[in-house]
Write a protein that binds this ligand. Structure first.
Ligand SMILES: Nc1ncnc2c1ncn2[C@@H]1O[C@H](COP(=O)(O)OP(=O)(O)O)[C@@H](O)[C@H]1O
Ligand SMILES: [Mg+2]
Length: 269
């Protein structure tokens, strides 16, 4: 039996995967999500969300995709690791993702095929193509340049490719050098660590989403304060520490996570 079943959960409350059902509507994330959703619906082109590792970038976009689940005219594509070694490799990935029947194999043909696809899907078939690129700090200048060209494809009213780039801060100097790329950003957001209040909300929200019975308390107030103070409000660390502390109370046969348990875990590193 896994630890979460012992505590009466039906799923793991603090798994590190970006599961959209664990998405807690904290103000910053809610704002990014709704601005992204509006920008996608209005087909405004390029959105960029930057922030350190573990602040929730990937999770927000999983939630975005989920919000469009029922709507067949929005086609989402996800690139998790954009460390392409050449323009050809990148274009080839897009060709496969978009399921474009390729005829020739040069980069010029590929670019043309993608352009044709975006026009056909966006105008004739009335689809909205959304490309989400995670770990965008790995994008090379060459690939950013191709994306910039794709962002030029538009009608009088809208862009034909909606591009969402999630990245760590290192992307900034790269794109700041490309004025004609940054000029196309319709929405940029820099994510910050969460507050202590949000830490509390997120922990409680996830416990309830995972099935904690009403009225049952698993973390003392001071344990949550310690979690906040020792993680600096970085969500990934908060989740990991909360996970370890639940495992710990099972090992020690305790009923609640208190600050002594948190101290022990932190000390053990
Ligand atoms: N709004 C949220 N509510 C609850 N948990 C969240 C939220 N945003 C992120 N998390 C959790 O925080 C951790 C890190 O999030 P992630 O999206 O992987 O960050 P990043 O992509 O910025 O590195 C994940 O375990 C995720 O489930
Ligand atoms: Mg991520």
């Amino acid at each position: 039996m896994s630890y979460y079943e012992i505590l009466g959960f039906h799923k793991e409350p603090f798994s590190t995967s970006p599961d959209p059902s664990f998405f807690c509507n904290i103000p910053e994330h809610r704002i990014i999500l709704s601005r992204m959703e509006i920008a996608v619906r209005q087909k405004r082109g390029l959105m960029v969300v930057v922030g350190d590792i573990g602040l929730g970038k990937t999770t927000i976009t999983r939630k975005l995709v989920q919000n469009f689940n029922e709507e067949g005219s929005y086609l989402f594509h996800l690139i998790l690791n954009p460390a392409f070694s050449s323009e050809f490799q990148f274009l080839n990935t897009l060709i496969k993702m978009f399921k474009i029947n390729k005829i020739r194999r040069s980069t010029v043909d590929y670019r043309q095929a993608i352009q044709d696809y975006l026009y056909e899907m966006g105008i004739e078939k009335k689809k909205t193509i959304v490309l989400i690129i995670d770990e965008g700090q790995k994008l090379s200048h060459e690939v950013l340049e191709i994306l910039r060209i794709f962002l030029n494809y538009e009608t009088n009213e809208y862009k034909l490719l909606q591009l969402i780039i999630l990245a760590q801060m290192e992307i900034m100097p790269k794109i700041e050098k490309m004025r004609n790329f940054t000029d196309r950003i319709c929405f940029k957001y820099v994510l910050k660590p969460v507050t202590i209040e949000e830490t509390k909300n997120i922990i409680n929200f996830r416990l309830h989403q995972a099935g904690l019975e009403n009225g049952r308390k698993l973390f003392t107030e001071s344990a949550i304060e310690k979690i906040y103070n020792s993680t600096g409000g970085y969500l990934r660390r908060i989740i990991a520490l909360a996970h370890n502390s639940l495992e710990r109370i099972i090992m020690e046969e305790k009923e609640i996570v208190d600050d002594i348990i948190i101290d022990k875990i932190i000390k053990e590193g």
